[in-house]
Design a protein around this ligand. Structure first.
Ligand SMILES: [Fe+2]
Length: 215
C-alpha cells in the first residue's frame, strides 16, 4: 500500500502593492501634466508595428522619468523608493542599494472609452509596476471596465482534471485601479487591460526596472 501524498508549494510568484504617498497635490499635478503633454510626449507606435495589440490608447515615450518637470521628478523618486522597498521585502533584509543604480523605463498610458491592451508581459526586465494616476470613471453595466487582469505563469498549461484549489489554481486575478495605487510584479507575468468603457481619461504610468549586476 502506498503512503499518503504530501501537498506543498514548489514555486510561488511575489505580488507587491503600495498606496503611493507623494507631495501634497502631486497626483493631480501629474495627471494634469500628462494630459496637457500627451501629444508632445506621444510615442509614434503604429498598431501594426507594436508587439502587442492595443486599441484607443496613447502611450508616451518610455523615458518619461528623464523629464525635468516637478511631477515627474517626484514620480521618479517614488518609483525608486517603492522598488527598493519591494527588494527589501523580497530579500528580508536591507538592500544597501543606491536607488540611482536602478535602471527604469517608464511610460504613461492614457485611455479613452474603448481602450484595451492585449495579453503581454515585459521581457528584458526584472520587476514591473503600474501606478494608477486616474482610474477614469465607472461604467454602469460593465463591472470589468478597465480591469487589469493577471495570469498565473502556467495559464497556458493543459487542463487539469478537476480544478486545483488556491494557491495552485490557474485562474487569473483582477486589479481594479484606484488613484495612487501601485502594483509591482515579476516582469514575466502575463497581463492585459480589459476594455475601458468610461468617458473620462483613464491614466496609468507603468515601469520596467532592471537591477545592475553586482560586481
Ligand atoms: Fe504591461
Amino acid at each position: 500500500m502506498s503512503g499518503a501524498v504530501r501537498l506543498t508549494t514548489a514555486f510561488a510568484v511575489p505580488w507587491l502593492e503600495s498606496d503611493v504617498v507623494g507631495p501634497e497635490g502631486w497626483l493631480s499635478e501629474l495627471r494634469a501634466f500628462l494630459l496637457s503633454n500627451a501629444e508632445s510626449l506621444r510615442l509614434r507606435w503604429s498598431p501594426e508595428a507594436a508587439p502587442i495589440t492595443f486599441d484607443g490608447l496613447v502611450f508616451t515615450r518610455p523615458d518619461l522619468l528623464s523629464l525635468p518637470d516637478a511631477p515627474i521628478r517626484a514620480l521618479d523618486k517614488l518609483f525608486r523608493q517603492a522598488v527598493l522597498r519591494a527588494v527589501e521585502s523580497l530579500s528580508g533584509r536591507p538592500s544597501g542599494m543606491d536607488p540611482r543604480s536602478l535602471t527604469f523605463e517608464s511610460w504613461a498610458s492614457i485611455g479613452k472609452s474603448g481602450a484595451a491592451l492585449g495579453v503581454h508581459n515585459h521581457p528584458m526586465a526584472s520587476l514591473s509596476g503600474v501606478l494608477c494616476v486616474d482610474p477614469g470613471e465607472e461604467a454602469p453595466g460593465w463591472p470589468e471596465s478597465g480591469i487589469l487582469r493577471f495570469y498565473p505563469p502556467a495559464f497556458a498549461a493543459p487542463p487539469f482534471p478537476g480544478e486545483m484549489r488556491s494557491p495552485w489554481s490557474a485562474r487569473s486575478f483582477d486589479v481594479a485601479h484606484r488613484a495612487g495605487h501601485l502594483v509591482m510584479f515579476p516582469s514575466f507575468l502575463h497581463h492585459e487591460a480589459l476594455p475601458y468603457k468610461g468617458e473620462r481619461e483613464r491614466i496609468v504610468v507603468a515601469f520596467n526596472c532592471r537591477f545592475a549586476q553586482s560586481t
